[in-house]
Design a protein. Structure first.
Length: 484
């Protein structure tokens, strides 16, 4: 049966009629990637995602598709979903093997006036039809492309590459940021692929365990072909992690190198992963940096958590639900940032003691700590940056405990302090008051993403407000966090 479905979609895309034209990519350089090779050099110019996929299929490439609900797992009424795809196989024209990490592209669905959810590929001037990331084998970086609707037909645009994104974000957390060249710079801060719901249970994504509900809407033929062949997002997650590690980094000053240690520049989202009707399993990463912590998760009684949601009048927008798909849905410091910190130690830029001393400073705020992030401005791009940093800390007189930590070996004491903190948190979760405070903290860190500098790019925000709905809203006033 599965082979018949594959054959059906293959015949469908090959049967698509093309508009014959020179397929130019506006702004394109002589890039060395799948899109440039197969689209710009083709006689036919794909004007929607099905025609684009047909060109790829004719070259011997096979697609893997994944889907996310843009407005919440249980909120399909607008028919708003995003489809993300990779392609792999033996390319006939390029005479090379293409892997999943060589090409990522995304497109969208919408519900039409006939109450049918369709692929949103109608040509309208200025409309984003497809967004593409293609790995450039010469640059060792990703090129970013868009197919944009036009007056008579859509046009392909090259927007820039990973190095342009690095340049756009060079001053992020370090001072006044300049205007971005790329819209993509607002989300793809590390210059590569991202997946906010990177870890299980991958809230709002189609999984084999939890397929996305489509509601009462009808499904178009071309979308149904996608739904029949969707892959579990865990495969996409594995590909994204690999793609992140393929990018060549530009020469950076010590401030830029150390930025992931002191500040958060990207986020991921984590949720309760227990699937238990009575007990929540909450990632300890929500409360402390994982590099300071040996615990995997904390537990909480579901009924106390639901009582706390009721206490605050929690409501997921556009629904009658009180919460996201999974409980305790929270932003955390991104996998990309954590891996960058590990690489600093591996490469000998810093040692483990320095890493732990910095992370332990204001450790109760692992996501965004102004106190910790402001320390980065005291780092100078010079050979003895560490000595100069310590001298500035000493001179100010405001960092006595940090100076003391940096002057001794104290890995064990940091880990013990964090372990005791998590133990106390776990004990507090046994009371209604403790759970209410934890939900207040949860709501606060959600809001902090929108307030932080990473969400101030005028060309976009990482949580895509207006397009995506990620968190519930708390209607009643929250308990004040005196530590912030």
């Amino acid at each position: 049966m599965k082979s018949l479905k594959v054959l059906a979609i293959f015949i469908f895309v090959l049967g698509t009629k093309f508009s014959w034209a020179n397929c130019l990519i506006v702004g394109s350089e002589q890039n060395s990637d799948v899109l440039t090779s197969l689209v710009q050099n083709a006689e036919i110019c794909p004007k929607d995602v099905l025609e684009f996929k047909a060109i790829l299929a004719q070259d011997g490439l096979v697609s893997k598709s994944y889907m996310v609900a843009n407005r919440g797992f249980h909120n399909p009424r607008r028919g708003s979903f995003s489809v993300f795809e990779t392609m792999s196989g033996d390319s006939k024209s390029m005479s090379r093997k293409v892997i999943d990490e060589d090409l990522y592209f995304g497109h969208f669905t919408v519900k039409n006036q006939s109450n049918t959810i369709v692929l949103d590929q109608l040509n309208l001037k200025g409309k984003l039809l497809i967004e593409v990331m293609a790995y450039d084998w010469k640059k060792n970086a990703y090129n970013f492309y868009e197919l944009i609707g036009g007056i008579s037909k859509p046009t392909w645009f090259y927007r820039g590459d990973s190095f342009d994104i690095f340049e756009d974000n060079m001053n992020l957390k370090l001072g006044e940021s300049k205007a971005s060249k790329l819209r993509c710079s607002a989300c793809h801060i590390s210059g590569g692929p991202i997946l906010k719901e990177l870890e299980y249970p991958h809230s709002d994504w189609w999984t084999k365990e939890m397929p996305l509900p489509m509601g009462s809407s009808k499904i178009s033929y071309d979308l149904q072909l996608y739904l029949d062949l969707l892959k579990d997002v865990s495969h996409f997650s594995a590909s994204v992690k690999k793609g992140m590690k393929r990018i060549a980094k530009p020469e950076l000053g010590i401030q830029q190198k150390l930025r992931p240690l002191f500040c958060t520049t990207e986020i991921n989202l984590k949720s309760d992963s227990s699937m238990d009707t009575n007990i929540l399993k909450i990632s300890a990463d929500i409360f402390v940096n994982p590099l300071l912590n040996e615990e995997v998760f904390l537990t909480m009684e579901r009924n106390l958590y639901e009582d706390a949601l009721e206490f605050y009048g929690s409501k997921f927008p556009e629904t009658n639900l009180s919460d996201s798909q999974y409980a305790f849905h929270a932003p955390v410091k991104a996998y990309s940032n954590i891996e960058a910190i590990k690489k600093l130690v591996k490469d000998g830029v810093i040692d483990e003691e320095f890493m732990l001393d910095i992370l332990a400073y204001d450790f109760k705020h692992p996501l965004f700590s102004k106190k910790r992030c402001d320390l980065l401005k005291l780092i100078e791009n010079e050979l003895d940056w560490r000595g100069a940093f310590l001298e500035k800390l000493n001179r100010s007189g405001r960092y006595v405990s940090l100076v003391s930590d940096l002057s001794k070996t104290n890995k064990k004491s940091h880990l013990v302090k964090v372990k005791n903190y998590l133990r106390d948190l776990q004990m507090s979760f046994s009371t209604a008051e403790g759970v209410i405070e934890s939900v207040s903290y949860l709501s606060g860190i959600r809001e902090s993403v929108y307030d932080d500098e990473i969400s101030k790019n005028p060309r976009g925000q990482i949580l895509e407000p207006g397009f995506r709905i990620v968190f519930p809203e708390m209607i009643k006033p929250l308990v004040e966090d005196t530590n912030r």
